[in-house]
Ligand binder design. Sequence first.
Ligand code: GLA
Length: 741
Amino acid sequence: MNKNIVVALMAVLAASASAQEVSVSKGRLRQGDDMSWAKPEMDDASWSEIDITKRWDDQGFPQNTKAYGWYRIHVNIPKSVFQGADQQNALILHIPKADDVDECYLNGKLIGSTGRMPINPAGYFPACNAVRNYVADVKGDGVRFDAENVIAVRVYNRGGGGGLYNNPLTITCPKAADGLSMRLTDTNVGQYHYDIEISNAYLTATNGLLNVTITDRETGATVKSLTKKLTLKRNKPVRVTVPYTMDKMCQLTVTYTDAKTGKVLSESRQLKYALTPAAPATPRFNGAPVWGVRPGSPVIYRFPVSGEKPMKFTCSDLPEGLQLTEDGVLTGKIDKAGDLTFTVTAENAKGKASQEFTLKVGRDMIGQTPPMGWNSWNCWGLTVTQEKVVASAQALMDKGLADYGYSYINIDDGWEASERNPDGTLDANEKFPSMKGLVDWLHERGLKFGIYSAPGATTCGGYLGSLGYEKEDADVWNKWGVDYLKYDWCSYENVRVEENDWGFASCVRPYLLMEKFLRQQPRDIFYSLGPLGGTQVYLWGLYCDGNSWRTAQDINDTWKSIYDVGFRQQFGKSQYSSIGHWNDPDMLVVGKVGYGLGENTDGLRETRLTPDEQYTHITLWTLVASNMLIGCDIAQMDDFTLNLLSNNEVIAIDQDVLGKQADRVFKDDNIEIWARPLADGSQAVGIFNVSDTDVTYDLKDYQPASNARIIRDLWRQKNLSQDERSWTIPMHGCRYLKLMY
Ligand code: GLA
């Protein structure tokens, strides 16, 4: 059949024109990539016909992983599309869902794109679920009325199924206020402020009224209110900056009302608030008074002390075999098992403080308190580099987090070379020019270094795993000076399935093997076990001498994940945790995270947790004696996150030397209470509102509080009077208390 007849038939069959809408569900597809396929005159007669409401792989086409495909949709746009419309100068093309990134050309001209293709200098960014409404300017974009138009859509599919799907392509004409949108961005460059951006994507300029209110969430008082008349021209967004301070718990509400149509845009955000009081300028020891080491292993311990710098450390009764630098880094080696107790003093211009400290030397002394530090995964994912690791380590010291005990700098997946050396050893890839240099640099500063691998042939990120080379890997890690190993599971499943062996013993086997080689090394390597399919590692982690094990699947920065990984999956697990063998509900998701796939050009994004949810996250994690591994880029950490992560009284709960993780002691539809006993005889209690509305709670209802001598609010570091013991706890928020008897 002649091509023109096919095109005409397709348009007649697939496009049904009503007064204000054209809808097309058929097009042509060619997998591959050629920019000339955007041109309207290109002959696509040999391309395959395709239904654009179903994925290409559901219609017999290959999935096309990490590859492109082009759709060409021929459509007749009748002039009658404008009948009764209040604007005649633009059309909106509603493109179906595109898996994962698209670019849309109308008669050869690019009119819109969503997500970022891998060739984009800002980096790949998938946007499969985004809504795609592209505006075509009738004059400028060359729309042809009562004639054929060619809409060419270039689609990039990263993995799994791909192509256009879900809806037909529809073309409508805009209503005056349809193109209005509002974007709120929280910024902390200089003072904290929200940038409010209102835009008009359509052609006609509109007027409206902007209303901004900041309300104190505790008192209901209006803290700030402003009203502004705006004129919005097409694609000329208007920006309004609203500064705020973090000393109150506030809510920002923004509305914009379009004058002509009365259409209202409205957004509301919880503002960040800082609860942790500033640390005193005098020295203050913030770490647990204990560290454990095996006989003969090198000691690396940096005393976490806040206060004005410079600060000088001394010790008059330092045991033989140990050295303490003036900067507070303890090194040395002790060959004999036993407890060594000595007093360390820190002094600065404002005063001095001392801590009686015990070095526990023995075979099972690694991990006396849960490890604290940083891991690259939740921020950088597989895009981690040596430079990024150094930036976070440097910021950990510069921003004072090292003064609160954060001391491990751990590289997750993505450091491994693509092939092993002829002798079986595995180097780092080109992103890590000198692993040994990096580790020496950290050790000189009293920080420790962690690495990642998996017992299977490949890691979860598809890099080389340790299968068959466990000894070689442990030996290399010792040479580099590794202090922490995160040993994941991932592809080991294949080994197990082949043997058709799903028993307990076969789960333990690869972890026992690595344990043997790790413990043979003349240094201490904290052994952190990754999650396995059904998260059962906690049942047998102890038998492999694991120092911690994941008790949940991977975390992400949403309330759903905090609820699931934290509240749901940590319940009932306290019996599996003990000193040196901790439950690990996964790394922290506060600050700028994103696994290297976030919307910002560096692959990060601000955590999607609200400030209340972030307080809840840290409260629960410290209660369950979790590993406290910061998951964000510390170099970009803001004051809010810093304040959240450096509350010495909150950290002291996580690091409590009794080592007893919290249990859930109460639950109803809204409230959960988790509590743990502490070494000094007091109790730490988290009262959480896990519901989706604000809830009042009166401490009278919590029996153990009735005979407490002092009730302390740990976040605010303040003893509570009798009339401060009943609160409205906001949705997903909490109260963190210490009950002293
Ligand atoms: C698994 C782990 C994550 C991370 C990735 C790396 O998913 O649970 O924490 O280590 O592997 O590929």
